[in-house]
Write a protein that binds this ligand. Sequence first.
Ligand code: AMP
Length: 132
Amino acid sequence: MPSIFSRIVAGEIPSYKVAEDDRHYAFLDINPLAEGHVLVIPKREVDYIFDLSDSEIADLTVFAKKVALALREAIPCRKVGMAVLGLEVPHAHIHLVPMQTEGDLDFRRPKLSPAPERMQQIAQSIADKFRS
Ligand code: AMP
C-alpha cells in the first residue's frame, strides 16, 4: 500500500505543490505550524530518512535548500527552519518552516488551518520564486 505522500506524488490525492523535479516533490503541509510550512520528500518511498543512501539524502537536502531559498523570498521571515520528525507519515520528509522566533518550530503548538484559497496563494507565491 503506497504512503499518502506517494499517492500525492502520483496525483491520486491533491496537494498544494510548490516544486518538483524527477526525484523530489515539495508541497504545503496541510496543517502548518506557520504560513508557508512546506514538506520536501523523495519520490522514492522510504520510511526513515536515514535509510536513504548517501547520494539520495544529499540530493534531497540540496533540493530542500532550493525550496527554502524560494520560501524565504515568498514569505518574509528571519530564517527558514528545517526539521525531520516522521512520527506520523512513514515516508521520509523534511519540514521547512518560515520562522520569526524559535517557537515557530515547536511541533506541540496548535496548527493553523488556512483556507484553501490562501493555501493556493501561498503555494503559488513559493512556486513563482523556485529556481531549479
Ligand atoms: P511527521 O510524520 O510527524 O513529520 O508529520 C507529518 C506531517 O505531514 C504533519 O505535519 C501533517 O500535517 C502532514 N500531512 C499529513 N497528511 C498530509 C497531506 N495529505 N498533505 C499535506 N500534509 C500532510
